[in-house]
Design a binder for this molecule. Structure first.
Ligand code: ADP
Ligand code: MG
Ligand code: ZN
Length: 480
């Protein structure tokens, strides 16, 4: 029996997430981003002899919180390990990480890719310190900035459960959403708060064994991860089909050239000479504490999405979008609490609000418009005070000026025209001005009604009551 000549990809991701603590993992230095080089350092994070690390309790708490949110088992006994290697941005000559006893193991997250829900297993989540940063700025030297050295990271290692770049992208997006929901990582990929090493191999479809994997190092955008994987899968399949062997190596994604390039052959674990970190005691998080941390986890995005469909009758699409960020979900629920109908509220949020926020490049938390503003606007539409069309203008004006809808309507004379005699004479004028179209309509071309509605709307600058125009037009066009 020959092997299938259709190949499938096998993908596992190692994601580094920077924890949102104020201070570093083993010292009191600030974790603030973008400060002058080496201004946030001390003997501990610069690796001075004789200095000793002390674990930041918050970093451990956040890691446990993440583990619980991602269905992991929290280890009753865990410890740090030294991972030894030499690099100028690592002053101690080793990174404090975890090896055989990580904080969290055996979890999973659910992703939705191509309309299918799939569980992606998590092998482990461990805590470690970040390294510094080498800066090569041109001159015949390199500089080292240690502000980032000792910043707390979680490494989230998945099982090799993904089968396509799309699934890998969905997985990473889901991780980011959960991390932001539970407030342990800001997910800012441009600043490197969330970055990913993607491991990928190929094998004949249906084969039980894995192929040799290649590691794609340090990608900080969803797009890059997907693009790099697409390229790498094609490269491996064509190599294997030519009878070549895949070398286990680390490659880098060159986004300008759109290719992956070899960087180095991959180290084995024994190259790092891991051993238990003697300067830090193992730790045993009390069950009581773990329970408290669990109780502090908010409703997670999947549960919230399901509830939005159930409780508010929203389409999946709306629920998915509205729950993608916690503050957005909160904005929506606040509007509904204040009396908005769920679906119209959702439409306004997904349409106008998101458009304006995107234009300004701000998040919903910084929105100048509060949910109460939308609720007022919706009530003006319901009451027939303004037309749906004018409401768009009012919405944008509310957002820009922070004035209430009613004040804007009054100031700008935007009241809907629902006065029958006023509209009636207007419609007479419109019909009179378009005798051709009127004739064709009467001859059976009923779709011309839209033309007349448009003309009346134009004449009233969108302020005419659409229901009333329709009714009057039909009456008048039927006559004579
Ligand atoms: P290493 O020791 O090389 O770091 P690990 O076993 O720790 O390898 O796995 C690292 C990551 O690679 C994990 O996310 C895992 O799911 C993934 N992985 C392991 N084997 C394969 C494979 N054959 N193909 C694709 N991904 C793999
Ligand atoms: Mg590994
Ligand atoms: Zn320090």
């Amino acid at each position: 029996m020959g092997e299938s000549d259709i190949y499938e990809a096998v993908i596992g991701l190692e994601v580094h997430a920077q924890l949102l603590t104020d201070s570093k993992i083993f010292c009191g230095c600030s974790t603030k981003f973008g400060l002058p080089p080496n201004s946030q350092t001390c003997p501990v994070c610069t690796g001075m002899p004789g200095s000793l690390p002390v674990l930041n309790r918050k970093a451990l708490e956040f890691t446990i919180k993440t583990g619980l949110a991602m269905n992991c088992i929290i280890a009753g006994f865990s410890r740090f390990a030294r991972k030894n290697y030499f690099y100028p941005d690592l002053p101690k000559g080793y990174q404090i990480s975890q090896y055989e006893l990580p904080v969290c193991e055996h979890g999973y997250v659910e992703i939705n890719a191509g309309g299918k829900v799939k569980k992606i297993g998590l092998t482990r989540i461990h805590i470690e310190e970040d390294a510094g940063k080498n800066i090569h700025e041109g001159g015949p030297y390199s500089l080292v900035d240690l502000n980032r050295a000792g910043v707390p990271l979680m490494e989230i290692v998945s099982e090799p459960d993904m089968r396509s770049p799309e699934e890998a992208g969905a997985y990473m997006r889901k991780l980011r959403t959960i991390l932001r929901y539970i407030g342990v990582c800001d997910g800012n990929m441009e600043q490197g708060s969330l970055r990913c090493d993607a491991n990928v191999s190929v094998r004949p479809e249906g084969s039980g064994a894995f192929g040799t994997k290649v590691e794609l190092k340090n990608m900080n955008s969803f797009k890059f991860v997907e693009k790099a994987l697409e390229y790498e899968i094609k490269r491996q399949i064509s190599a294997v089909k030519k009878g070549e062997r895949i070398i286990q190596e680390t490659r880098l994604w060159d986004s300008a050239a759109g290719v992956t390039q070899p960087m180095r052959t991959k180290e084995e674990a024994h190259d790092y000479r891991y051993f238990p970190e003697p300067d830090l005691v193992p730790f045993m998080p009390a069950e009581e504490w773990v329970r408290e941390i669990g109780a502090s986890i908010p409703e997670l995005p999947d549960a919230r999405r399901a509830r939005f469909v159930q409780a508010y009758g929203l389409p999946e699409y709306d629920a998915d979008l509205l729950t993608s960020e916690r503050p957005l979900a909160e904005w929506f629920e606040e509007a509904v609490r204040l009396g908005a109908q769920p679906k119209p509220a959702s439409n306004w949020i997904m349409g106008e609000l998101m458009r304006l926020l995107n234009e300004d490049g701000i998040s919903v938390e910084a929105s100048p418009l509060a949910p109460a503003g939308l609720v007022e606007l919706l009530s003006l539409i319901d009451a027939g005070t303004i037309s749906g069309k004018i409401a768009k203008t009012v919405f944008e004006e509310m957002y820009r000026s922070r004035k209430p809808a009613s004040a804007i309507v009054k100031e700008k004379g935007l009241l809907q025209i629902s006065d029958e005699s006023e509209l009636s004479s207007l419609i007479d004028q419109v019909i009179g001005a378009n005798p051709n179209e009127a004739g064709r309509y009467r001859g059976g071309e009923e779709k011309l009604l839209g033309f007349f509605v448009g003309q009346v709307m134009k004449a009233t600058k969108g302020k005419a009551n659409p229901g009333m125009i329709n009714k009057l037009l039909k009456e008048k066009l039927k006559k004579d």
